[in-house]
Write a protein that binds this ligand. Structure first.
Ligand SMILES: C[S@@+](CC[C@H](N)C(=O)[O-])C[C@H]1O[C@@H](n2cnc3c(N)ncnc32)[C@H](O)[C@@H]1O
Length: 489
């Protein structure tokens, strides 16, 4: 089961099993003679800077070239797991469960079979744990500091818990090993499904795709979109399944893999040209960093799709037809088009709003006076938001560096190095029942796994809030520059 170590032998066993069931990175029929499904286009490797274990280019890959094919029979779906009519009728009796709950139950059922599961080589190579939002503890959630992120994390945790409670009756009837009935097992299975399923048209829950789920993520961007246009890979359906909304909202051309009826297989394409040895990445969809953290458990240091939301006045929401989700600050600190339009309209006198509507929606300034009002309001809101948060950008950087030192295995942290970040460190370790034994430094000989895992999640929360604050700071500077320019003109 997934509790086993991810070893080189384990990966080789997975690739050899995958070759036997028809997974291939080559269009040539005799490609699996080497005993591995890979080697022609791809290879498995560790990419520490972008996702860890992933797939590299075994040779130069052209844009739009097919790099992996996974036949339907190799896809792990509710349908492909429930072949036993008794289990099928049991599932039928629990019709109220969502497709995702059913797939999670199927995953636990297969794990329960241990080595006798036909999916064993695949299941044994799944990660043992995840850093998705549902895994965050209360103190780790608090470390986000920003209300929206705290709310998203609490909601994710509650949803996972309530899905588990709702599935317990079925799980109890399935005669599973007791440890597979507990919440920890459910959490693991649900986060496996969240972070690894691919979209398929016949099951809303998606499918687990052996080997195909080894592709790490890169954000879709304009360049890739145009490249796709050029080579005509435009009609592939969609990639990782997790957020149906995100997939629907995004242009289908942003994706680089999909299930193809014509070959009854899941096909993956190179989204751009890759040099031999480079990591081949997949776009799972368009996600903000908070969404990536929620569904996949990581943050992209440079995410062109990230959004920073600030509190807006309630009457602003009333006068704009824009979706709330479109009212944000971009990673470069510039307000989104919709936010700027909404603020311009909101800043205009009520009696003039109707007349200005056309101008505003075309993206034009209404008047210098209104533009200055918008920029001043935005600068003030960013400034006040930053002031109201418990720590500054500077302190957050110290916290990240301190966590970094601990993660690198530094056993002694001098309190003087932590300065104003000391309080947060103290609180964090106290929550984990680790007391500071002296007043000058923190010494830890062997870092227990539970602390290492918690540090990882804490770091993600601090990195997220640091990025959020940096965007607000950039926005503040942007507004000030614009104000200066307008005042001079
Ligand atoms: C579909 S799996 C990809 C393969 C995965 N690295 C593995 O070893 O099984 C998705 C997971 O990979 C990791 N991941 C993918 N892309 C990443 C990236 N750009 N940066 C950091 N982690 C990434 C995250 O843990 C995510 O939940």
């Amino acid at each position: 089961m997934a509790g086993e170590k991810q070893t080189v032998d384990g990966i080789e066993a997975l690739l050899s099993w995958a070759a036997q069931i028809g997974i291939s990175d080559s269009s040539s029929p005799n490609s699996s003679s080497s005993g591995s499904c890979l080697g022609h286009s791809l290879f498995v490797s560790d990419f520490p800077d972008a996702g860890g274990r992933g797939l590299g280019a075994a040779r130069e890959l052209r844009r739009g070239e097919i790099v992996l094919r996974v036949p339907k029979a190799a896809l792990f779906t509710t349908e492909s797991v429930i072949l036993d009519p008794e289990i099928a009728s049991l599932m039928e009796r629990h019709k109220h469960l969502s497709p995702i709950q059913r797939l999670i139950v199927c995953l636990l059922m297969e794990v329960n079979k241990g080595r006798s599961s036909k999916w064993y080589p695949y299941l044994s190579q799944l990660p043992r744990d995840y850093t998705t939002l549902s895994n965050f503890t209360v103190p780790e959630i608090k470390a986000f500091q920003v209300e929206d992120a705290i709310w998203a994390a609490e909601k994710a945790a509650e949803k996972t818990k309530s899905d588990w409670r709702g599935s317990l009756a079925l799980l109890n009837e399935l005669d599973l090993k007791p440890q597979l009935l507990n919440f920890r097992s459910w959490l693991w299975a649900s986060q496996t499904v969240s972070s690894r399923t691919l979209h398929i048209s016949w099951d809303e829950a998606g499918c687990l795709c052996p080997v195909g789920d080894l592709f790490n993520y890169d954000a879709p961007d304009e360049l890739v979109l145009h490249e796709h246009d050029e080579v005509g890979v435009a009609s592939k359906s969609c990639s990782l399944n997790c957020s149906v909304e995100a997939v629907n909202a995004s242009n289908e051309r942003l994706t680089d893999g999909g299930y193809e009826e014509s070959s009854s297989s899941y096909c993956f394409y190179a989204r751009r040209r890759y040099k031999q040895g480079g990591q081949v990445l997949l776009s799972y969809g368009t996600y903000t960093n908070l969404e990536l953290l929620e569904h996949y458990g990581f943050l992209l240091p440079q995410n062109p799709n990230d959004k920073a939301f600030i509190k807006l006045e309630p009457d602003l929401y009333k006068i704009t037809s824009y979706d709330i989700e479109s009212l944000y600050i971009q990673p470069d600190g510039i307000p989104s088009f919709a936010l700027l339009c909404a603020l311009r309209l909101w800043s205009a006198p009520v009696s003039c709003r109707k007349n200005y509507m056309h101008l505003v929606l075309s993206g034009s300034q209404v008047s210098v006076q209104i533009e200055l009002q918008v920029l001043n309001w935005l600068a003030k809101r960013c400034y006040e938001t930053l002031q109201d948060l418990p720590t500054t950008i500077k302190v957050d950087k110290i916290v990240v560096n301190g966590i970094d030192a601990l993660q690198r295995g530094k056993a002694r942290i001098d309190f003087r190095d932590l300065g104003p970040a000391l309080e947060e460190f103290k609180k964090f370790f106290e929550e984990l029942n680790l007391k500071f034994e002296n007043s000058e430094s923190f010494v830890i000989d062997v870092m227990p796994i539970r602390i290492r895992k918690s540090l990882e999640r804490w770091r993600l929360a601090v990195e997220w809030r640091l990025a959020y604050k940096s965007v607000l700071f950039k926005c503040f500077c942007y507004c000030k520059e614009q104000i200066d320019e307008l005042s001079l003109s």
